[in-house]
Ligand binder design. Sequence first.
Ligand SMILES: NC(=O)c1ccc[n+]([C@@H]2O[C@H](COP(=O)([O-])OP(=O)(O)OC[C@H]3O[C@@H](n4cnc5c(N)ncnc54)[C@H](OP(=O)(O)O)[C@@H]3O)[C@@H](O)[C@H]2O)c1
Length: 287
Amino acid sequence: MPTVNSSMQGKICMVTGANSGIGKATALALAQMGATVVMVCRDRARGEEARSEITTKSRNNAVDLLLADLSSQQSIRQLVENFQQHYTHLHVLINNAGAAFPGRRRETADGLEMTFAVNYLAPFLLTNLLLDVLKASAPARIVNVSSASHKSGYIQMDDLQGEKHNRSMRAYPQSKLAIVLFTYELARRLQGTGVTANCLDPGFVATNIGQTGASLPVRLLIKLIGSFGTSPEKGAKTSIYLASSPEVEGVTGKYFVKSLPKRSAAISYDESLQRQLWEQSAKLVNL
Ligand SMILES: NC(=O)c1ccc[n+]([C@@H]2O[C@H](COP(=O)([O-])OP(=O)(O)OC[C@H]3O[C@@H](n4cnc5c(N)ncnc54)[C@H](OP(=O)(O)O)[C@@H]3O)[C@@H](O)[C@H]2O)c1
């Protein structure tokens, strides 16, 4: 299919987790709108395969691949250096990459709980490292992929890493609530800069989430449950809307479902919690 339209011509968009599921569908749609798309993936082979598919389908050669393991702060810092060597502008940052780890608690190379690190601290660090270039590119947009499951999450400030109460089922909703809190605090800090920050729930989507590192029976179960989900193309619609629609130019600090602003969990509007989480996160990523 050729480029759908040229509405994103001249825009540089970074999409994390762009080799699979919602991220790949988002990257393809933006490429079809004529954007320059920077795909962030952790595996070269999977990334190249997706990049090739996206360039072919979009007929847009301006699709780049940068490698980063978002569980590693060093890798995120390297990613930003690599990006800045090649680009002077960034108009859209989509923090899409995410994972769920059923089963036992895992730690990253930095000694942090894996779900919290990949789903929340990685977007926190990446966004902060890219803020100057986003501001210099304004109008610019930050789009954070959360989940409806944030509503069952809660933030235990003295146990963000789940060390005291290791319940892996709690880590995912906590990370997705943290992303919402982060988005609201970020939007406030960015007032007047021309950079907006919004978050979203993509709905229940049939993707590879939860598969990495899971046992075969768990993988099969997740696959079965996931098969009732919607397609990645449908799941990507709100991300694409927030990244590209003129309707949301200047709209900031909101949570979207099906491309409409909705109320997020009551606790997510707690400004004191937003600030505390920001300060704690800044320490955890050495900002
Ligand atoms: N699917 C749903 O129903 C659903 C619902 C609500 C929210 N979400 C959110 O939607 C987002 C996209 O997920 P998806 O459903 O499209 O799942 P997916 O198909 O598994 O895609 C996740 C992407 O994130 C990447 N990723 C995971 N860990 C990474 C790491 N350490 N470093 C770099 N990249 C990493 C994956 O890379 P690899 O391919 O290399 O693993 C993949 O590209 C996630 O934030 C997820 O939490 C999904």
